[in-house]
Design a binder for this molecule. Structure first.
Ligand code: ASP
Ligand code: MG
Length: 406
């Protein structure tokens, strides 16, 4: 017998029929003798619909009232599921975020969980009840309803799993697991049986569509095994686990591409202490997240400095850097928005050599030019021209032996 947290996303509870399917699945897990806590999202499209409605009555809806409104999406699905389970003669009860005491900060629309008491969940489990909890919502220290940001019910699920010390947190969604690459551009991508928390965090561009990335941070901190699987089949999905839990350590377990970046270069920057600080402080003040940074030393006491920023922030960053360049006496500033960052990720890299050279050779074979490189313990990233992004993913997928074998 285990304590299992099961989270169902919007497509899994999109209409009353699907909610009845969820009830059957939950009941089956319960009948096998497990304790079950269910976390639900709103029906697919409902959160978007509520936001659209708010915009009809107000140009910029008040943040506090918007959270009151958005929380109703999850309230609806929870009530319907608990009702359905009760009509099937199962002891079930719905609870909203504040009843579970999901305590968050004051940041309406993107609140962070500070603590979860979960006493009522524990009391109900003692009585062998199925507990149905509204995801995505919490409550600030003043008792206001808060929401956790889009996709936040994943984070609710993992955080509640940690609070009640669940054996596993199952995330039921409309895909059957985490893939080695985006199957839309890499037809030979395959589903992974296991992936480590750190790999998952690094695969944000692949995984974020499946799991709110904040939830993975929680899972890692509290060592909660997360099972990402389809609510439309019985098949096992992907287990997101601690890398020391005996999982298979692939040298590369995923290839990701990110076409949301842009590059900025400052040419002939005086090579003096304090210059980098002058370049990056205005970025930090403007809230622009700088990703890769490369500095080259030229002769004559000058350097070139290149870095990447999110494409949305490109114009703002370029303008700021023109001011910085004038201030520090750099010769020129230029940028490029047509870039892509391609990464290979795998915990097995820690004890393998030659991963970088395999990556560079595979790209060279296709005549793809690399303009920036960065590495971490479990990731190598290259910046290339955007038009080669999809080709690069496919050739790297093959080069690292990830293709499906049929
Ligand atoms: N209903 C919320 C959203 O659409 C939260 C969630 O589904 O995770 O973002
Ligand atoms: Mg989601």
């Amino acid at each position: 017998m285990s304590l299992i947290v099961q989270k169902f996303g919007g497509t899994s509870v999109a209409d009353p029929e699907r909610i009845m399917n969820v009830a059957k699945r939950v009941a089956k897990t319960y009948d096998q003798g497990n304790d079950v806590v269910v976390i639900l999202s709103a029906m697919a499209g409902v959160t978007d619909g509520l936001i659209a409605m708010a915009r009809k009555v107000s140009e910029s809806p008040d943040n506090r009232e918007l959270d009151v409104l958005l929380a109703t999406g999850e309230q609806t699905t929870c009530a319907l599921l608990a009702m359905n389970l009760k009509s099937m003669n199962y002891p079930a009860q719905s609870l909203m975020g504040h009843q579970v005491e999901v305590m968050t900060d004051h940041c309406f629309g993107n609140a962070r969980i500070l603590d979860i008491k979960a006493d009522r969940i524990r009391e109900l489990l003692e009585k062998r009840h199925i507990v149905v909890v509204a995801g995505f919502q919490g409550c600030d220290p003043d008792g206001n309803i808060t929401t956790l940001g889009r996709g936040g019910s994943d984070t609710s699920a993992v955080a509640i799993a940690a609070a009640v010390k669940a054996d596993v947190c199952e995330i039921y969604t409309d895909v059957d697991g985490i893939y080695t690459a985006d199957p839309n551009i890499c037809p030979k991508a395959r589903k992974l049986d296991t992936i480590s928390y750190d790999e998952m965090l690094n695969m944000a561009s692949l995984g974020a569509k499946v799991l709110q990335i904040r939830s993975v941070g929680f899972a890692k901190k509290y060592k909660i095994p997360v099972h990402v699987r389809s609510s439309f089949s019985e098949e096992e999905g992907t287990m997101v686990v601690d890398e020391n839990s005996g999982m298979e350590r692939l040298v590369v377990s995923g290839v990701t591409h990110d076409t949301n970046q842009a590059r900025i270069t400052l040419k002939k920057v005086p090579d003096q202490p304090g210059v980098a600080a002058k370049i990056f402080s205005p970025m930090a003040s403007a809230g622009i997240v700088v990703d890769m940074i490369i500095q080259n030393t030229r002769a004559e006491g000058q350097t070139d400095l290149t870095f990447t920023v999110p494409r949305n922030d490109f114009k703002k960053a370029l303008k700021l850097q023109k001011e910085v360049a004038a201030d520090i006496g750099a010769e020129e500033v230029f940028g490029d928005q047509n870039i892509a960052k391609i990464s290979v990720i795998g915990v097995g890299m820690k004890d393998h050599s030659g991963v970088a050279s395999t990556m560079f050779a595979a790209l060279a074979n296709e005549n793809i030019n690399i303009t920036m490189i960065s590495t971490s313990e479990i990731r190598i990233s290259c910046v290339i021209e955007e038009k080669y992004a999809e080709l690069a993913v496919r050739v790297l997928h093959t080069a690292f032996g990830l293709d499906t074998r049929e």
